[in-house]
Each structure stands twice: as C-alpha cells, then as structure tokens.
Design a protein around this ligand. Sequence first.
Ligand SMILES: [Zn+2]
Ligand SMILES: [Zn+2]
Length: 224
Amino acid sequence: MAPEILTLTLGSFATNAYVIGSHASGEAIVIDPVDDAERLLGAAAAAGWKITRILVTHGHLDHVLAVADLVKLTSAPLYIHHASPRLQEERIQDPVLQQLFPALPVPDRLLKDAGESCGLPGIELRSIHTPGHAPDHVAYYQPQSAVLFGGDCLFAGSIGRTDFPNADLGTLMHSITQKLFALPDETRVLPGHMSPTTIGTERRNNPFVLDYLRTLDTSDGSLA
Ligand SMILES: [Zn+2]
Ligand SMILES: [Zn+2]
C-alpha cells in the first residue's frame, strides 16, 4: 500500500510542509517543518501516525522554522545535506546568510551528494542533491507514488530564486534538466511553494527552463 501524503501550507511565506505516513507501520516522515510544530504533530496524530523522521529540503528560514521544536517534541532523527552553510560556521560570517540560514539542531545524519535512501519501512524515499537555489538543496523522490518533493528547485511554471547569496542559475538549471527531468514524465512534483505540477508538464512548458535551454543552444554556436 502506498503511503499517504498530507500537505500543510504554513508560515508567513506560505511554505508547504509534507507529512508522509504509512498506515501499515503507523510512522511518518515530515519534509520541511516550515512552522508550527504542534500543528504538524496534530495532523500526523489525527491520521494515526507517529513522526519518526524529519527531513529538510534546504536550510532557508521559511523551510526550517519549526525544526528545533519538532525535534524537541518527537525526538525524531533529523537529516540535512552536508553542504548546509549552518554546518560550516566559518562560511557564515555574513549577517545576510545568518538570517537566511537560521541555526538548526545538530543533525543525526548528513546526506551525501549521491542519492541516499531516507525512507522508513513502507515509505520509500530517495534524496536527490539539487543545488542552485541553495547549496544544500535536496529533493526527495518517492517512487511508490511517483512523487517528487521538490522544495524550491522547480515550481509550476517557475523555478527557484537565484538572487540569494550562494545561489547560482546555471547550477539550478543543471539540477532541473539533468536530475529532475531524468524522472518519469508522470512524476507528480509537490513543491515548497504553490500548487503541484508534473515533471512532464514542466519539461514541455516551463518558460524559464525552455528559455535557458534556448540560450545554451545559441551559445553553442548554432545559427538557427
Ligand atoms: Zn528557499
Ligand atoms: Zn521557500
């Protein structure tokens, strides 16, 4: 039986938190405790689940506000990508970066660049390192339901912002076109903001990605 997914849009940036639960095991994973740990806990409890794992897509303020509270309330292990600027304090003297990436509890596991299994019994989940919007950005792929938890990488008709410090458009486009577009077209993308989309829809229609690919064609020396 495929796991069930709850979406809670919370906080002043209207960020999507996802709770993925298994009715077979009674356990759940939270992806991005964006705000209000009590509500995330309540939603999981109402579905009959105990939160036993906490994952973040990236350390930006609007995705991690409730991480510390949720860790305290659940004692669930926290997974973060190893490139999180918060883990490398010497890289985060800049006050803008300090605000953008708030302090986090010490993680229980550091995710590597290569994909890693992050799931629980009954909930398959694989990390995909997708830098560009942030160096520590990770998307999570759930093959049983053909769902991608995309964070702030790819949105319906849009892409993640790259005007932050440490962000890079070329890196983001590489993540989208080489890593996310390698997934099947029918994959549903559940993003960090706004409504769901699919990989196929964005591959065919995303204006930012199509424009970028056109620029690459031209700079390759094509006269077309
Ligand atoms: Zn972000
Ligand atoms: Zn965000």
